[in-house]
Design a protein around this ligand. Sequence first.
Ligand SMILES: Cc1cc2nc3c(=O)[nH]c(=O)nc-3n(C[C@H](O)[C@H](O)[C@H](O)COP(=O)(O)O)c2cc1C
Length: 189
Amino acid sequence: MKKILMIILPVILIAGIAVYQIANATTQTIGGLMDKKVLVAYFSWSGNTKSIAQKIHSQTGGDIFEIKPVKPYPSDYNETAYGIAKEQKEKGIHPEINNTDVSSYDVIFVGTPAWWYTMAPPVMTFLAENNFEGKVIVPFVTHGGGGGYTIDKDMADLAKGAKVLKPFVVYGRGSAGVDNDIKDWINRL
Ligand SMILES: Cc1cc2nc3c(=O)[nH]c(=O)nc-3n(C[C@H](O)[C@H](O)[C@H](O)COP(=O)(O)O)c2cc1C
């Protein structure tokens, strides 16, 4: 009897640990996220980040909000990139935006194009002017070849008290597999 117990008890223990780990892992998946109140907030100048935001939103549900500067950027690339955006970056300007109240959300996906090695200034305004204490921020970034830089860390600096997760980073609008990439990323959060 003693011998049987010595064999069975470790098996039960190991099985228990495995069940605990699986249960814990599944609470981190999109199923866990859907119990939370989710907002997908993004800024997009030429549509790439908007496209990714819509794909994320179609998987997470919740609300979606487009961050817009009160004074729109020019439609001309050079005027925006080498004019106003560069000036805002150099002077640390947070332009006025249409804002939204984030207080009722638990998880806020925050999307931005890479602009001058960091997030676009309207996203800085959004993060600096709202209270993110105790909330989870999930960054997503579209870029033109430079990658995600330190945008997740830059977001953490602005959104005081938030937990900032691993960002989804994609070139342009992504390739044909982008929907699956987004799904995998959300499942791993
Ligand atoms: C003002 C400005 C600055 C940019 N700076 C960068 C940059 O530093 N690194 C990079 O990889 N791409 C840069 N890009 C390219 C954009 O990040 C890229 O095209 C992005 O996908 C555009 O997103 P959107 O269509 O949502 O505006 C810049 C584009 C603009 C307009």
